[in-house]
Design a protein around this ligand. Sequence first.
Ligand SMILES: [Zn+2]
Length: 324
Amino acid sequence: MRRRLLLTLAAASAALPAAHRQVVAQTPRADARLPVTASFSILGDMVREVGGGRVAIRSIAGPEADPHLFQPRPSDVQAIQEARLVVRNGLAFEPWFDRLIRSAGYAGPVVTTTDGVQPRGMENHEHGHDHGDGVTRRRQHYVPPRQVADPHCWQDLRLGQAYVRSIASGLAAADPAGADLYRRNADAYLQRLAALDGWVRAQIATVPPARRKVVTSHDALGYFGDAYGVRFLPAQGIMPEGQPSAAQVAALIRQVRAEGITAVFLDAPGSAPVLRRLAEEAGVRVSGRLYADALSPPDGPAPNYEAMFRHNVGLLVPAMRGNA
Ligand SMILES: [Zn+2]
């Protein structure tokens, strides 16, 4: 139906002189919603919550797509060109998306959801510190700052709330007529996320502190760990590239055995072989699949940001206790 209408318009415009063709091209589309393009599925879901029916959201890296390694299609350029607002995570999470913005020649507004967020692990450890006696000494053991900032800030629901506030401001600036709606939607969503944050804390509190240790495929849950008091031991770094070395895997296996860790989780579709081998050699089983960097399809266990936390925590708590 829509396609037929476009073809009819194209045929009509081809029959008109150039001056009239311009008028046809500027006629508002049947879809009057604000076109917004987000880099990956989790940001797209947040935009959908805040934008409601006023926004037509497109996520370039969709459900089950790994945003680290995503390869855009030529048609994705059009999704940027047609957008009136673009939403990205930043902190070098999606360099392919920044290249897409450039090749699309997009000059409209861009929301970077990590603007104003202090990335974890990037504090400068080199400075001296006070031991309480007024004397500042050099730290005994130098801890080098991370080489790269951890971009997975949405895994802390309080930082997720900061994302939602940035998105609401960006939508209101791009579409002032919808500002009241965006604020109301954002307020309701922020309240739900704050309640979910409390639920996550209450759930984690049921696990004895010594058992709050989890092996994952890549370092995607560091913010979750910092926020909710869980120690994550990732087989791979912040970027899930290449394979961990045999020595790294052996060290992790020793640690799983020595500390009696029972929670071993996949966090990306491509990470299965190394994790399965690790679990087998450590004498534990893979506890399941966490959603870290992408949502599931609508009929899966993590179709939106809130469901992702309920799914992950629902798997993590029994697995950490050892009775998964
Ligand atoms: Zn990741």
